[in-house]
Design a protein around this ligand. Structure first.
Ligand SMILES: [Mg+2]
Length: 284
């Protein structure tokens, strides 16, 4: 798996376009002159697009369907990617994106359950995987076959609660849970490795009993393949370590912490849109 010629070309083209729409939506949500989280939203955009438009079972017209798959953006500051995907999927109008972080908007700077399609309040880093473990356990107890997807950042791995949740998911053999680590190598103030050692995260996850896959998090065939392989694992939770580029798709924001939470000027915004439009971000 993972080779282009083995996959449906039309599906990959569709997902590539969805990822581009997610990136444009992130820029829309960021606006101009407001601080916002461009870098981490862009790095997970391809994974988020693949989840919402390929992998997850969800329906904006049946948001309380007990069998819907759950998505938790544990690195809550990157929720702009989720907002863009939710708008693209029809949970609310795309015009709402421009109201992000304004007073009274249903879209705030971190995920809140008041927003259509948001399953958990996050933003206090390190908590989302624990919430996901609880949801996965609840699904089993209720006899429901939904899956739970949690995205964490690499900087977030410094939070001790993550490792408690990793142990719990292993203990309960939660094979209805998929963790995706958005491994962009950068956190708010600089390189992640300069703050905390993050060598061999796939090996560490495997040591905690997780079936682990390592992929290029911007390669759509690899993403799709890994999501399918993760959901077919039996008797253990599955983790996907997605190697990504912070700011991916916006050339002047790539691979730097400067745009972790920087504002865009009107000129930056035009350059960012142009960059996304010309980039083949989800390489096919
Ligand atoms: Mg990071």
């Amino acid at each position: 798996m993972g080779k282009v010629n083995e996959m449906d070309r039309e599906l990959l083209d569709t997902l590539k376009e969805k990822a581009r729409q997610v990136r444009l939506g992130i820029i829309e949500a960021l606006g101009t002159g407001n601080r916002g989280h461009l870098g981490g939203s862009m790095s997970c955009a391809d994974v988020v697009a693949a989840l919402y438009f390929y992998k997850m079972r969800h329906n904006p017209k049946k948001q309380d369907d007990p069998n819907r798959d759950r998505f938790i953006m544990s690195k809550g500051h990157s929720v702009l990617a989720q907002y863009a995907a939710l708008a693209e999927a029809g949970y609310f109008g795309r015009d709402v994106l421009a109201t992000t972080k304004s007073f009274g908007s249903i879209l705030q700077g971190h995920p809140e359950r008041e927003t259509p399609g948001i399953e958990a309040n996050t933003g206090s880093l390190g908590q989302g995987l624990s919430v996901g473990v609880g949801m996965a356990l609840a699904g089993r107890m209720d006899g429901l076959d939904y899956r739970v997807y949690v995205v964490v950042g690499d900087g977030e791995l410094a939070e001790g609660q993550i490792w408690e949740a990793l142990m719990a998911a292993n203990h309960y053999a939660l094979d209805n849970l998929t963790l995706i680590v958005d491994m962009n190598g950068i956190q708010a103030m600089g390189r992640t490795r300069d703050r905390y050692a993050i060598a061999n995260i796939p090996g560490r996850l495997a040591a905690f009993g997780w079936k682990t896959f390592e992929i290029d998090g911007h390669d759509m065939p690899e993403i799709v393949s890994a999501l399918d392989r993760a959901s077919s694992v039996k008797g253990a939770p599955a983790a996907i370590v997605a190697r990504t580029v912070k700011g991916k798709g916006v050339d002047f924001a790539e691979n730097t912490h400067a745009y972790h939470n920087n504002l865009l000027t009107a000129e930056d915004r035009e350059r960012a849109i142009a960059s996304v439009l010309k980039s083949s971000s989800a390489a096919v």
